[in-house]
Design a protein around this ligand. Structure first.
Ligand code: MN
Length: 279
């Protein structure tokens, strides 16, 4: 018998998604269930993007209710997700793909950590001591232009090529995700989001919501509502995770909690929304 693995840390989470004001379908998907907090932004014609994102999230759902995951679990999950996409689309002329970004609850050499995964242009951020830091690097043409100095970071959000990504989980190509582990602290807040959020809100605007809205479900809902109130051109998804307890010796941490009540949501956003078609 192997010893049961303890949960390295626990806390609370919330998640929100919206089709946005322009698109007819929501091709974003998310998994918010310990030990995994992931977003996926599907792409492809017809319903292909929707299916691709759901297939990948579905393969990761097999790991839910484990106490923690490793970097290798995330790498294997991406490979299994790609296989699921290849198998699904092989008989058809459709092709689909998806981004993936987020965190897994992890333990690196006994230190409570997040295993951060990213492929594509969805993002994972950390708010620590009031400072927002982007933990992932976009796999996109625009990011390459920023890296080469061809454009300024401030130009990236409005660049005409901002939607072109250089890596994805798809039936064409076999690009790998970035995966790394970072120790967590009590009070850390993590955000996984799709480009429908970061395309509408600056990092400063994201930071202001994350720093001021205490409840993680309310924070996720307000981020999505804020992006909708700007323009909401794309599907928008946000998953917010708060670290509240670290494992200490043999003492178990309290269970993870989904913050289902959202008393802090500012409904006034609805008053300023443009009329948007719903299907
Ligand atoms: Mn998107």
């Amino acid at each position: 018998m192997t010893q049961p693995v303890p949960v390295p840390f626990s806390g609370r989470w919330g998640a929100a998604t919206d089709t946005g004001a322009v698109r007819r379908h929501n091709e974003d998907a998310f998994l918010a269930a310990p030990p995994l907090f992931l977003v996926a932004d599907g792409m492809g014609g017809h319903a292909a993007g929707d299916i691709a994102a759901s297939l990948v999230v579905g393969t990761f759902a097999q790991l839910v209710d484990r106490p923690c995951v490793t970097e290798d679990d995330l790498l294997q999950g991406v490979r299994r997700g790609r296989l699921a996409i290849v198998e699904f689309f092989a008989p058809s002329e459709l092709s689909g793909g998806t981004t993936l970004s987020g965190i897994g609850v992890s333990s690196q050499d006994g230190v409570p950590s997040v295993a951060v995964v990213n492929i594509g242009d969805s993002r994972t951020y950390r708010l620590r001591d009031g400072v927002l830091e982007q933990l992932t690097k976009d796999h996109s043409t625009v990011q390459e232009l920023v890296d080469s100095g061809a454009i300024a970071p401030s130009e990236a959000r409005t660049h005409p090529h901002r939607n072109i990504i250089t890596r994805a989980i798809s039936s064409v190509g076999d690009s790998e995700p970035d995966v790394r582990s970072i120790p967590v602290q009590v009070g850390d807040r993590y955000l996984a989001c799709t480009d429908g959020l970061t395309g509408e809100l600056t990092d400063d605007q994201i930071r202001d919501v994350l720093a001021s809205v205490e409840d993680p479900q309310a924070a996720a809902s307000q981020l999505v509502a804020h992006a909708l109130s700007v323009r909401g051109r794309d599907n928008i998804t946000a998953v917010v995770v708060d670290v509240a307890h670290l494992a200490d010796g043999d003492l178990p941490v309290p269970p993870w909690q989904h913050a289902t009540t959202a008393p802090d949501v500012d409904d006034s956003f609805d008053d300023t929304l443009p009329t948007r078609p719903r299907t």
